[in-house]
Design a protein around this ligand. Structure first.
Ligand code: NAP
Length: 484
């Protein structure tokens, strides 16, 4: 297959927080990949901005090192790297003061798309927004990109939305959830709405239940301070997992356009029942006994922050009223694997008799580590000896199905940044969606803090607390094995 890379128009992309961890690990290497793929127009320019005093030449070396470290596969590609670096500038600037703003204004061009990536803590969003206006840098069609966490509850998310709305229209605000930029997540929509095969079965009549798992092997590592204030519910479930839930459960939008898709996602969140106490399990991985272990970094030894959540969610609408959604996410689990499994009901009657065993179709959308889609189907075991049934996967691992070149698709960040430049908000969260998602999880978090119950301990390398297994066992179901 021939790759179709459409160059995007010329643009000025300013990365506030251009020296930070996210810029170094994701944004800059991602932009380099898009440059290398021929997707950046000749007039594209990237401007890093932060308080650190640095000349543009030094910043280019910073960018070169970031690409080398976080994109080793392309490191040493001197011609491309030099071409990319030639588009990079740096401005020393303070979001909270006046330093650097006139330098930035002088650098920006009038006739190109302007995008401002707020890769700084949310406490600075208001300062940046205000100064972009007072220095007349914000053009009427400029875009801003904001990162997670978007608030820590509905109230703070609402306040943040209000702050941004004072300076920008909703159509200018791109709230990133990088899960939405994953190839498979978009493929989920293609599978659902591009095929006749699945949609007629996509409801309570045929789907027994749906499991969404985001399992990590790593602990909180160096992010202990941040994580201790967030926990699995705020860090993973309220945003990434709820977005997956929305895409799986939403009605077909009339068209693949930003508000059409986001309206349908919002309807799903609004149809979610409040979660009963017995439908949530909260866990924390046990320390290793080593005084340098992660556990200590989750605040301290007495931290009550959860590193694991499992829950049963119910959507009260015609399509899903009788189909439970089971969600679980955790750190320090046995494997690193993220997937959505749509588990279909048993056939109403087995013509092959009880001896043929219990068989079910499962559609698995794999997000990590290898993106792909697998459909489990039941067939006859080959060979003589009667009708023995066996389940086999129809595997559509993209790298195998499309060839390595086609499957070398952009990382989520690359795709999303290019969508910002193109002005396409489909894969970004709207303000009301984010608030509604907080509205659903806030009462759960509030109950945890009211009861003061600590999370249940679980061993590193396990599947989480036993109570999470019980959450499904009591419904006569079980979690799929977490496997990479
Ligand atoms: P970070 O490493 O602490 O970087 C913060 C950046 O902001 C630095 O470039 C810093 O540079 C700059 N900065 C701080 N105060 C400033 C000011 N007053 N004026 C101008 N620049 C200022 O943080 P990060 O990890 O990159 O995270 C950035 C944002 O992305 C946060 O909202 C975070 O929650 C979010 N995020 C990060 C990740 C990740 O993997 N890192 C993942 C998801 C979301 P100077 O000190 O030189 O000013």
């Amino acid at each position: 297959m021939v790759s179709r890379v459409i160059p995007v128009e010329s643009f000025d992309l300013v990365i506030f927080g251009g020296t930070g961890d996210l810029a170094r690990r994701k944004i800059l290497p991602g932009l380099f990949r898009r440059y290398r793929a021929g997707q950046m127009g000749a007039e594209a320019r990237i401007i890093g901005a932060a308080r650190s005093e640095m000349e543009s030449a030094a910043y280019r070396e910073f960018v070169r090192a970031a690409v080398d470290e976080f994109h080793p596969a392309t490191a040493g590609d001197a011609a491309h790297i030099d071409g990319f670096l030639a588009r990079i500038e740096y401005v020393t600037l303070d979001a909270r003061g006046e330093t650097g703003w006139s330098d930035l204004a002088a650098l920006l061009r009038d006739d190109v798309v302007r995008a401002f990536y707020f890769s700084v803590g949310p406490a600075l969003f208001g300062d940046l927004a205000e100064r972009l206006h007072t220095h007349q840098i914000a053009s009427p069609d400029c875009r801003i990109v904001v990162e997670k966490p978007f608030g820590r509850d509905m109230q703070t998310a609402r306040a943040l939305n209000r702050t941004l709305a004072q300076h920008f229209e909703e159509t200018q605000i791109y709230r990133i959830d990088h899960y939405l930029g994953k190839e498979t997540v978009q493929n989920l929509m293609a599978i659902r709405f591009g095929n006749m095969l699945f949609e007629p079965l996509w409801n309570s009549q045929y789907v027994d239940h749906i499991q969404i798992t985001v399992a990590e092997q790593v602990g909180v590592g160096g992010r202990g301070d941040y994580y201790d204030r967030a926990g699995a519910m705020r860090d993973m479930l309220q945003n990434h997992m709820m977005q997956l839930l929305c895409l799986i459960a939403m009605e077909p939008p009339a068209k693949f356009a930003p508000d059409a898709v986001r309206d349908e996602k919002l309807k799903v969140i609004r149809a979610l029942d409040p979660v009963a106490r017995e439908d949530v399990v909260r866990g924390q991985y046990e320390g290793t006994g080593d005084k340098n272990s992660d556990r200590i970094e989750v605040g301290n030894r007495d931290s009550t922050t959860e590193s694991f959540v499992a829950m049963r969610a119910r959507i009260s609408n015609w399509r899903w009223a009788a189909t439970p959604f089971y969600l679980r996410t955790g750190k320090r689990l046995r494997d690193r694997a993220s997937e959505i499994a749509v588990v279909f009901k048993d056939a109403p009657h087995s013509i092959f008799g009880a001896k043929s065993g219990h068989h079910r179709n499962i559609l698995t959308i794999k997000l990590q580590p290898n993106e792909g889609i697998e459909l489990g189907v039941t067939i006859k075991e080959p060979g003589p000896g009667g009708m023995r049934l066996v389940d086999v996967p129809l595997d559509m691992t993209f790298a195998e199905a499309l060839g390595p070149e086609e499957a070398d698709f952009p990382d989520a960040y690359e795709r999303l940044i290019m969508d910002v430049i193109r002005g396409n908000q489909t894969l970004f969260m709207r303000g009301d969606e984010v608030e509604a998602a907080w509205g659903w999880v806030d009462p759960i978090i509030a109950e945890w803090s009211e009861t003061g119950e600590p999370p249940l301990p679980y061993a590193t390398g396990s599947s989480g607390p036993d109570d999470a297994l019980m959450l499904m066992h009591r419904d006569g179901r079980r979690w799929r094995e977490i496997r990479a």
